[in-house]
Structures are given as C-alpha cells and as structure tokens.
Design a protein around this ligand. Structure first.
Ligand SMILES: *Cc1c(COP(=O)(O)O)cnc(C)c1O
Length: 491
C-alpha cells in the first residue's frame, strides 16, 4: 500500500518516503491509497498487549517498515518513558470512559506520536537510503513543540526546529520548550498566533520547493500533517476498544462513540482512520473551543477562516486552519480534483463550502459542538466535585461536547472522552476554575493546585524547576525563512 497526495498531483510513494517528506510537493497531505482492514479475531485481540496492538496498527499503515523493526521502534520510543506500561490507561468516570493520553514525557497526547516519530524517521531514512541529515521544522500551539524537542533531541542525523507563538502558549509550556537541551535543537518564538507560525513553516516548504531556499539538509515536518504522526494515534483507538471489551462494557463488535478535543483535526482524524480500518466506531464528536471554525464547518458545510482569532484557556486548540481536515475531505470527495479546488478557495477567498453529498456523510459520522472558556472552567469544577476526577481545560472542552452530544441524541453507545493533557500543564486556568488566586508563577501555581486537589504533580514537570533557560530567539513571521537560513547554513 502506497501513499499519495490529497491534491492528486504527486505520484504514489512508500510510507517511508511519505514520513520523510511530511508535506507532499504539490502542497497536499499524504493519504493511504486504500485502508487496510484490521478486524482481528476476538480471542486474538483480547490477548494482545498494548504494544502488540500498536505494532499491528503500525504495520498495517506503514507496510514497508518490517514488522520486526516496528517492534523495536516501539520499544525505543515508549519503553520507560511513560508513567504506565499500559501507555494510555482507560478510566471510568461516572457513566463515561476517559482515555488518558498524557502520561508521556511532556504530559500531553502529542507524546504518543512524537516519542515514536524520530525512530520512524530514522528507519525511513535507512530504508530510503537518504544521505543528507534531516531538518525537522514544526510550528506549535504549545504541546507539539516540546514533545518534538524531547523526541528528536540528540537523535543522530536530525535537527529539530520549533516555532511557537510568542503569546500563545501557557507559562509551563513555554518553560518546557525554553529549557530543552540538545545539540540539535532550535527553539524560536514568533510574533503572532499559531496560524502565523504555521503559515511561516509552510512558506519554508514552499521556498525549498521553488528553489528560493536551499538547505544542506532534507526538510521534514513533525506537525500532524506527517503521516508518521497519525499512525500511532490510530493505535490507541484500538487499544481503548480492547479495554472496553475486556472490562465487559461492550461485547466485541458493538459500536463505541469517541469525543475528541480538536485543533488541527489530527487526533479525531486518527479515529476516522480506525473506523475505516474496521474498528466499530460510532460517532466521532469534534469538540471545539471558542475558535469554533470546525464546529461551524461540520454543522453547516462552510469552512470560513476569515474570523476573529481568540486566545483561550485551551491554547492547543487555538487554530483557524485545521490542516488535517483536508485528509477527511479527500476521503469523502467524489472527484480527485475536488479537494484541490476547496483548498484553492480557502487560500484565495478564505472559505469554501462542500457539497451536500459530502455533508450527508459527515452528518452520519460526526457531531460537533463548541465551548467557551468559562464553560470549560465550570465543567472542570463540576467534574472534580461530582467525580473526584481532575481534567485539564482541553478535556473540559471535550466534556462539554459530550454533554451536548448526549442531550441531542439518545445514543446507546458507550462514550469515550479522549483526555489530551495533564491539568498541570495549565495550572493558571485550573486555579481559576477552583476560584483560587493565580500566584503568577507557573511552579507556585502547580503547587497550589496540588495542595487543593491532592493530585500529584507529574515528575517531569517538577523537574523543570531546576533547568536553565537556554533559548531566547524571537522573530517576526516575515523573518522565518532568513532565520532558517542563518541557523542551518543554507546558501
Ligand atoms: C494538540 C492538542 C489538541 C488538538 O489535537 P489535534 O490533533 O490538533 O486536533 C488537543 N488538546 C491538547 C492538549 C493538544 O496538545
């Protein structure tokens, strides 16, 4: 099975080549030409370890990487880096289930993919016989940056460069990035918001493609446009499903609904991939914060990025251009040129409207609703008081969408909420939820939250206290290409 571009112009390439390229030369995203069925026999499925599930899913989606290698890569990527061997524990909270995706080295779900991506990239480099070093460039709304820095730090033959919006990340997220060690890491703040940073990164790719920028390294991306990031995310949907069967919540084959706090549409798209591969997924609930561009799209069929950008207390979802939506459009389109047309309209007019036919399919598989900051905070407090369970603001947004979904439909399916970050990454917002004063120091804020709830601060965040600030670059988005040039010695 090969990969080709959503814009239809780039020819078929192997999954290893797609991982190395990140973005297709025609500006599209790589998608599998067909979805491998992965319907496992019940006995076999139930007896698998979490690693074995991941291995099966990755082998199905990345068929040119030998199975034995995948096993090794998983071990290199995940062993001893997660708080639990189960990687992503599933917990019952009231009548819902929560898939905790944040027990990795940087306390957000991005670790699931970014702990593994450097190893997938290294293996792909070997398979594709690439001689050049790889330069990984990434825009981040806060969590991808740190997870990518940790993942790639001192990985041979790679450099990692992260751009984050100067004012768009939490204090802890900033500290996490600015203290990152490693000979091959670059961290740079960009004036503006996440979309400005993401657009800047896309301009680098375009400048390379046009020859305007020449670098000694091969360029790739750690953003969720990279297929190597999506594949591990597909795996935990299977894992959650296995747990539900094992715990006798469902019988094998019954449908399960998933609620996903959504920004760049990567996490929820992975759920759609899982469904395409045969996992009994019912509805995928797309939860937006006040930047509700996706909720508007999924309910009206019009995607309109010409709108105000809000800074919210769930910053990892503050995005107006959700890149991975393009992959969904491609999967639902009738004609291969259709998606390129929508993307052209998006670039030129700032919006597009999809066909009614496409909306009919979307309505079958998706539900969406949005949540304001104050609603998310009220929910955090309520879930804590009722269930004695602490959720972060992104998961709060998802919880609200789960409420809306259950009120609007009498769904009989069990509901799994994907929990994407540790509450301790966003201590200021958490304190506000509990009506406690913010001490204006990230570490003190964490301490206060711990005193108030008795939930322990993750070790990885505590350790930051003793680290030095190592980075202080700040640029205008216009300077992004010259920044890359200066730092990595292009011509
Ligand atoms: C990245 C992120 C999201 C959004 O995920 P997408 O794949 O971009 O939709 C949600 N919550 C947290 C905590 C994140 O870091």
């Amino acid at each position: 099975m090969n990969y080709h571009s959503t814009r239809g112009k780039s020819s078929n390439i192997s999954s290893a080549a797609a991982i190395l390229q990140g973005l297709a030369p025609d500006g599209g995203l790589y998608v599998p030409e067909e979805f491998p069925e992965l319907f496992l026999e019940k006995e076999e499925f139930l007896s698998m370890t979490t690693y074995e599930i991941f291995q099966q899913v990755l082998s199905a989606l990345l068929p040119d990487i030998p199975t034995e290698d995948i096993r090794q890569l998983l071990s290199r990527g995940y062993d001893h880096k997660f708080e639990t061997e189960d990687l992503v524990p599933l917990k019952q909270v009231g009548d819902r289930y929560v898939l905790e995706l944040y027990h990795g080295p940087t306390n957000a779900f991005k670790d699931m993919a970014l702990s593994l991506l450097p190893h997938l990239v290294t293996k792909s480099r070997e398979l594709e016989k690439v001689e050049e070093e790889l330069l990984i460039i990434t825009a981040t709304s806060g969590d991808t940056g740190k997870a990518a820095l940790v993942g790639f730090s001192d990985v041979p033959h790679t450099k990692i460069m992260v751009f984050y919006p100067e004012e768009g990340v939490s204090s802890l997220q900033k500290i996490q990035m600015l203290t990152q060690e490693g000979e091959n890491v670059f961290v740079c703040a960009v004036k503006g918001n996440f979309d400005d940073a993401q657009r800047g990164v896309k301009e680098i790719f375009a400048a390379i493609e046009s020859g305007e920028l020449q670098l000694p390294d091969q360029l790739s991306s750690a953003n969720s446009i990279n297929i190597g990031r999506l594949a591990p995310q597909v795996a935990y949907y299977f894992k959650a499903y296995r747990d539900l069967v094992q715990q006798d919540v469902i019988s094998y084959g019954e449908l399960v609904d998933f609620v996903v706090p959504t920004g760049n549409f990567g996490n929820i798209l992975a759920g759609y991939f899982a469904k395409k591969m045969g996992l009994p997924v019912g509805t995928l609930v797309c939860a937006s914060n006040k930047n509700d561009v996706l909720t508007e799209f999924l309910t009206t069929g019009t995607y309109n990025r010409l709108r105000e950008f809000y800074k919210t207390n769930s910053p990892s979802m503050d995005i107006l251009v959700a890149s991975n939506l393009e992959r969904l459009l491609w999967m639902l389109a009738d004609r291969p040129e259709e998606v390129a047309g929508y993307m052209k309209q998006l670039a030129e007019d700032g919006k597009y409207t999809v066909s009614q036919q496409m909306m009919d399919v979307i309505n079958q598989d998706f539900f969406s609703s949005s949540c304001l900051d104050e609603e998310a905070l009220a929910i955090i407090k309520e879930v804590w008081e009722k269930e004695n369970y602490l959720i972060d603001p992104h998961t709060g947004v998802a919880w609200k969408a789960a409420n809306d979904y259950q009120q609007s439909r009498a769904s009989a399916h069990p509901l799994v909420v994907l929990s994407t970050a540790s509450p301790y990454k966003f201590p200021e917002a958490m304190l506000e939820a509990f009506g406690l004063e913010d001490p204006e120091d990230g570490f003190q804020a964490m301490d206060l939250l711990e005193q108030h709830t008795g939930v322990a601060i993750p070790k990885t965040l505590l350790e930051l206290k003793h680290k030095k600030m190592l980075h202080n670059d700040l640029i205008d988005p216009k300077e992004i290409i010259s920044y890359v040039n200066t730092k990595v010695g292009g011509k």
